[in-house]
Structure formats: structure tokens, C-alpha cells
Ligand binder design. Structure first.
Ligand SMILES: N[C@@H](CCC(=O)N[C@@H](CS)C(=O)NCC(=O)O)C(=O)O
Length: 216
């Protein structure tokens, strides 16, 4: 398998950590997101959406990060990261879809305003974030309630659902995600952050020091 990715982006961090959790090995093709490599014709032939990541496995060309995680689990037969109990799989599918359709954009506004814009020498739009806050809090309240009394989202151990849902908040401190009222989310993301696959996929070492300095 060959993975096309830039380790600094949300959905690439998701697949790098997830493939590690699954135990899937791959050839790495690193692209430069900020240089726009994902918009170049060669990559558009792989993913016409001009988005990272993408996976190529023989004649299968797969984009959508969550599809990549499910495919890798099925290819390797990993029933820990993706338990075969249909109810757990249904639950995992639910969280993968929720992450992609709701939570990603819920968290992304904070990433753009508080991380990407300062890196690009632009100012966060505080009015935009204030208008967006109710959307984020509505979604965070759902995640908070779902984590009550449990350590992981879908099983008694980490699955690909935890990796997928953690990814949009992977820089939560720099994103300034308002997590003050969500103790279950804070405890759970702490558990995700203790996973070796999460630590090994830390994007910070891949961000040039002069860009990181702008976030200080
Ligand atoms: N739903 C897609 C979203 C992929 C996506 O949005 N990737 C971002 C990086 S995290 C990207 O490449 N965006 C293109 C751009 O900003 O130009 C997935 O999960 O793979």
C-alpha cells in the first residue's frame, strides 16, 4: 500500500495514527500541503477532490480517511481496532460518519482561526468563532454524554473510532478549543494522547520552527 499524506494535516494524522494502531505497513509518499502539492495534476489523478490523504493498493485508489481506516482493518483482519461484533461495528460506523459530517467542521473553524491564520500572518476572526461556538458546543455535548462512564467510544479499548474522532481536535490547545465544560472529553483525549500511535504521529516535529513560533 502507498499512502499519500502530509503529516501536519488533521486527516493525515488520523490515518498515520490509525494505520499504526491497526499494524498496517505502507510506503510513504509525503506531499507538502502548504505548498499545494495536493492541487497538482499528478495528485488530482489520485484524488480529484484535491484533498489529503489518499491510499493506493494495487488497483484500489482510496480517498476519504475513514474509508482508508476501515479498509486497512478489513485487509489485515484486525478485530481489535475494528471489533467484528456487528453492534460495535455499527457504533464505529456511526462515529466515523459523525466525525466526517459534523465534528470535523465543528473543530476545524478553531484550527483555521487560531492555528492556520496566525501561521499565515493573519488574525483570528473572533466574531466568526463566536457565531460558530453554539455549533461546536452542541456537538461537544453529544460527545461528552456519549463518553460518560466509559474510557473509549465503542469498546473497552481504543478502536479506529477513537482515532477518527480525536483527529479534528489533535491540536486542541493551539486550536483553543473551548473544552472547559467537558471533563469526559478531556479525560478521553488524554487517553488517546497516551497511545503510542498518537505520540508517534505528532505533527509538531514536522512543522518548521519559524511557523510554530507564530503560535506562541
Ligand atoms: N473527508 C475527507 C477530508 C479530507 C480533507 O479535507 N483533507 C484536508 C487536509 S486535513 C485537505 O487536504 N484539504 C484541501 C485543502 O485545504 O486545500 C477525508 O476524511 O479524507
Amino acid at each position: 500500500m502507498k499512502l499519500y499524506f502530509d503529516p501536519i494535516t488533521v486527516n493525515c494524522r488520523k490515518v498515520v495514527a490509525g494505520l499504526d494502531l491497526i499494524g498496517a505497513s505502507y510506503d510513504a509518499e509525503v506531499l507538502n500541503y502548504f505548498a499545494g502539492d495536493h492541487k497538482q495534476p499528478a495528485f488530482l489523478e489520485i484524488n480529484p477532490n484535491a484533498e489529503l490523504p489518499a491510499l493506493v493498493d494495487d488497483d484500489l485508489v482510496l480517498w476519504e480517511s475513514n474509508a482508508i481506516l476501515v479498509y486497512a482493518c478489513e485487509k489485515l483482519g484486525n478485530k481489535v481496532a475494528y471489533p467484528e461484533d456487528p453492534k460495535i461495528r455499527g457504533d464505529i460506523t456511526r462515529w466515523l460518519l459523525w466525525e466526517s459530517s459534523k465534528w470535523f467542521s465543528g473543530c476545524y473553524a478553531y484550527l483555521v482561526e487560531n492555528v492556520v491564520k496566525p501561521i499565515l500572518d493573519d488574525k483570528p476572526d473572533t466574531d466568526l468563532l463566536a457565531a460558530h461556538a453554539p455549533t461546536f458546543h452542541g456537538q461537544a455535548s453529544i460527545l461528552e454524554a456519549s463518553l460518560a462512564g466509559r474510557e473509549w467510544l465503542c469498546a473497552d479499548h481504543a478502536t479506529i473510532a477513537d482515532i477518527a474522532v480525536a483527529a479534528p481536535m489533535h491540536l486542541h490547545a493551539a486550536q483553543k478549543l473551548p473544552l472547559e465544560n467537558y471533563p469526559n472529553i478531556r479525560a478521553w483525549i488524554g487517553r488517546v494522547e497516551a497511545l503510542p500511535c498518537w505520540q508517534k504521529s505528532d505533527p509538531i516535529p514536522h512543522i518548521p520552527a519559524e511557523l510554530l513560533a507564530k503560535l506562541a
